[in-house]
Each structure stands twice: as structure tokens, then as C-alpha cells.
Design a protein around this ligand. Structure first.
Ligand SMILES: Nc1ncnc2c1ncn2[C@@H]1O[C@H](COP(=O)(O)OP(=O)(O)OP(=O)(O)O)[C@@H](O)[C@H]1O
Length: 414
């Protein structure tokens, strides 16, 4: 398979801190990759390495089979990489019209340059402002012209850094569609940096999620939704919860106890006495007949975009859960079902979500030699991540699990 982008072991230190480490990322030709991750996770830094606006300290980067950066000997600068870029700091030429901005980007020798540029502006629905200067356009129009200009140089790979961030919801939706269609028609690949889950659902063939400078998970949007590998990714893909629950033994399996039912979420069990539990909103529902299931009281019911969001207080258990219902639910006692397939659990300390991982802001010092790292905290995120992965590979349910009687802790988000 030909990869338009192939990154192996890339790392980057900035200001004495290791911002990216061990980045492995491949993108097949013609695919759209959304690079997601919370603020400060290193998305822009990685995009700048791909673009050739910055150099890697470790690893190798190849574009369309050609090595462009090997953290030493080889470095092809941005202008020689043949990429299309829509970066916030790559503004349009202010003294030129939109048409001239796009015409200038066309490869030398392009016949009928004005017509070719006009066709791109029409594709992005900004042909009506072709003769205006950028300052006379709205933010959304400028972004459209920026994308037209990036496509004009006929790149095989288009790089975009949060191109929709300044747009309102409707313009964002429209431009997403235009971008997706333009990229597909041109038959090129794209890498788009975002922390908006909508970009993942609506644009991505592949999603790579950065957490604290490492790629935590890469896959199709559906695979991330089905099996998020961290609390951040669970939340990013729309899971509810994030509460701490005790892990208990149930026969051979490790489980969580919900209303007297022992439920084992898919995947390896967390290693500690407590787990961080998330769930899909559809996994927790009132029982269809009102009979059976788990006794719970609906303590808050709110209407949310065509369905009802319900906060449940379990009878006799200090536990709040929340879920959805298609039909209205009266506050008060009910019975609910919980589908274990819609639950996800994680190590309490192994995840990297800023919301609840109190020691996730441990910084990494750059080592003086290549990729050698000196972590000034033995309990730092690097060690926890490493242990987390190893634990998941090794750990089966009930494998030496210290099952304990910790307490549930309420989560303001659930
Ligand atoms: N030139 C620099 N010198 C020192 N630190 C830097 C430099 N550039 C970025 N950083 C740091 O690197 C980390 C990652 O920054 P980056 O801009 O790549 O994150 P990001 O995921 O794109 O964030 P956001 O979503 O907020 O744009 C941040 O902690 C940032 O402060």
C-alpha cells in the first residue's frame, strides 16, 4: 500500500520539554485523517513537522514514499514538500484579490489560469467575491478562499489546522461539506487538526488522538466509538459518566456492581481496586415494560435534541447514572436496564484526561541524547501510560485483581 504520509518514531522537544514522542502514523493515499486531542496535546506541533515548518528531533517522516525529515541529515523545507496548507498563520495576501491569491498558487504552466482559479473559487462557493481583497470578506469566506488556494497547488496532501474554529455552526457545517467534497474530487489526502468531535464523525476516514504528546489511539471513527482506549477518547466520542467505581470479583470475572447486578464491561479489567466507568447514553434505559431490571429513581429529566436525558439515583446504592430515553419519563421510581456492552472502564490512574487525572500535568524533560528521556517524576504520565498498555495486554479479568470495597464517587458530568 502507498502511504502519502508515513511517520516512524517522531519526537520533538520545545522549550526543554518533550512535546511529541514515539509518533507512528501512516495515512493511505486518498484518505482523510482527523488529528484530535485536547488543548496542548501536541497537534499543531505534529502538523508543523509534517508541513516542514519545524524539524523532528527523533524519527523519520516520509511523504509519498520520499524521506523528508530524518531528524538530522535530511530535511526538506515546507516550500519543497508540495503540500497544501490551511494554517491560521498562513493568511491570504492582503494586497491581492481573492482571484489573484488563488491564481498565484497554481503550478507554473497551468493553462487558462484565471479560469482554473475561478473554478476553484466556484467549487468553494466564493466566486462572487473573486475580485475583493481578503479584508473585505467574512471569516468563513476567507477560509474558503484559503482552501481554494491550498487546492490550487494540486497537492497530494492537504494540511489544515482548525480551519473551522472561528466559524458559526451553520458556516462550519457548510464548509465541512465543501471541504470533504473538494478533497474527494481532487483525489488527495488530508490531515485536519481539530478538537471538535463533529469533524471526526463528518470528515474522517481515520482519527488519530494525541494525549500528552503520544498517539493514544488511531482507527476509524467507528472503532474509536466502539472501543475508546482512554477516558479522554470515551468523552470525545460522546460517552457519559467518568465516575469512580469499585472493581469487585464475580466468579472468575472482575465486575462492577450496579443495583445488585454484576456487570463486566468489554475489554481487560482495570488493575486497581477502583475503575473509571463510562457508558453510552443508550446503554442505560428505562425497562420497556416498566418491570424487572434495576430499581432507580429518575431525579432529573431534561429534553435534549429529540430525546430525554435522565439522571438516575439507584435505590439503596450511593450511585448516580445517566442515560437517554426516546419517550418522556416522569421523575420518581422506575426500573432501568444497563447493557454491559455499552460500558467502558479504565484504570483510575492510567488515563490521561485533564478532567480528573490530577497528576496528568507532569512535564517531560528532554534528554540530552536522542530519544533518551529523563522523567523527573517516577509516577509521571509516561510511566503510567506504559504501565497502562502493558496492563491491558496482560491483564485478564480476575487476574490477580485486588478486589476491594471502595466507594462510588459521584461525577458532575454524568
Ligand atoms: N515554541 C515552543 N516553545 C515551547 N513550548 C511550545 C512551543 N510551541 C508549543 N509549545 C508547547 O507544546 C505543547 C503543545 O502545543 P501544540 O500547539 O502543539 O498543542 P495543540 O494540541 O495544537 O493545542 P491547541 O489545541 O490548544 O492548539 C504546549 O504545551 C505548548 O505550550
Amino acid at each position: 500500500m502507498t502511504f502519502c504520509l508515513d511517520i516512524k518514531g517522531a519526537g520533538r522537544c520545545l522549550g526543554g520539554r518533550e512535546i511529541l514522542r514515539g509518533i507512528d502514523l501512516t495515512l493511505p493515499e486518498g484518505e482523510f485523517l482527523v488529528l484530535a486531542g485536547e488543548s496542548g496535546s501536541g497537534k499543531t506541533t505534529l502538523l508543523r513537522l509534517i508541513a516542514g515548518l519545524d524539524r523532528a528531533d527523533a524519527g523519520r517522516i516520509s511523504l509519498n514514499g520520499a524521506l523528508v525529515d530524518d531528524a538530522g541529515r535530511v530535511f526538506l523545507p515546507a516550500e519543497q514538500r508540495g503540500l497544501g496548507m490551511v494554517f491560521q498563520d498562513f493568511a491570504l495576501w492582503p494586497h491581492l484579490s481573492c482571484l489573484e491569491n488563488v491564481t498565484l498558487a497554481l503550478p507554473p504552466g497551468t493553462p487558462k489560469r484565471n479560469e482554473a482559479a475561478m473554478a476553484l473559487l466556484t467549487r468553494l462557493r466564493v466566486e462572487g467575491v473573486a475580485n475583493r481583497r481578503p479584508a473585505q470578506l467574512s471569516g468563513g469566506q476567507q477560509q474558503r478562499v484559503g482552501i481554494a488556494r491550498a487546492l490550487a497547488c494540486r497537492p497530494r496532501l492537504l494540511l489544515l489546522d482548525e480551519p473551522f474554529s472561528s466559524l458559526d455552526l451553520e458556516s462550519r457545517e457548510l464548509l465541512r461539506e465543501e471541504l470533504r467534497e473538494s478533497v474527494r474530487e481532487a483525489g488527495i489526502s488530508a490531515v485536519l487538526v481539530s478538537h471538535d468531535p463533529e469533524d471526526c464523525w463528518k470528515l474522517a476516514d481515520q482519527v488519530a488522538v494525541l494525549e500528552h504528546g503520544v498517539i493514544r489511539q488511531q482507527g476509524t471513527p467507528m472503532s474509536l466509538w466502539q472501543r475508546p482506549s482512554s477516558p479522554y477518547i470515551a468523552r470525545f466520542t460522546g460517552a457519559l459518566g467518568g465516575i469512580r467505581v469499585p472493581v469487585v470479583s464475580h466468579g472468575e470475572a472482575a465486575a462492577v456492581e450496579i443495583g445488585g447486578h454484576f456487570l463486566s464491561p468489554p475489554g481487560a479489567a482495570p488493575r486497581g481496586e477502583m475503575a473509571r466507568l463510562f457508558w453510552r447514553g443508550d446503554a442505560i434505559r428505562p425497562t420497556p415494560t416498566g418491570q424487572g431490571g434495576i430499581a432507580a429513581e429518575a431525579v432529573k429529566v431534561s429534553f435534549e435534541a429529540g430525546r430525554f436525558h435522565i439522571r438516575w439515583q439507584l435505590a439503596g446504592q450511593e450511585l448516580h447514572l445517566s442515560g437517554y430515553s426516546d419517550r418522556p419519563v416522569q421523575p420518581g421510581p422506575h426500573n432501568i436496564t444497563v447493557d454491559p456492552q455499552g460500558l467502558f472502564w479504565f484504570d483510575v490512574k492510567g488515563g490521561c484526561s485533564r478532567d480528573w487525572d490530577t497528576d496528568s500535568n507532569v512535564s517531560h524533560r528532554c534528554g540530552g541524547m536522542g530519544r533518551g528521556l529523563h522523567h523527573h517524576s517516577g509516577g509521571g504520565a509516561f510511566h503510567r501510560l506504559g504501565k497502562g498498555f502493558a496492563g491491558r495486554r496482560r491483564g485478564g479479568r480476575g487476574s490477580g485483581h485486588p478486589h476491594g470495597g471502595g466507594k462510588f464517587s459521584a461525577d458532575p458530568h454524568s
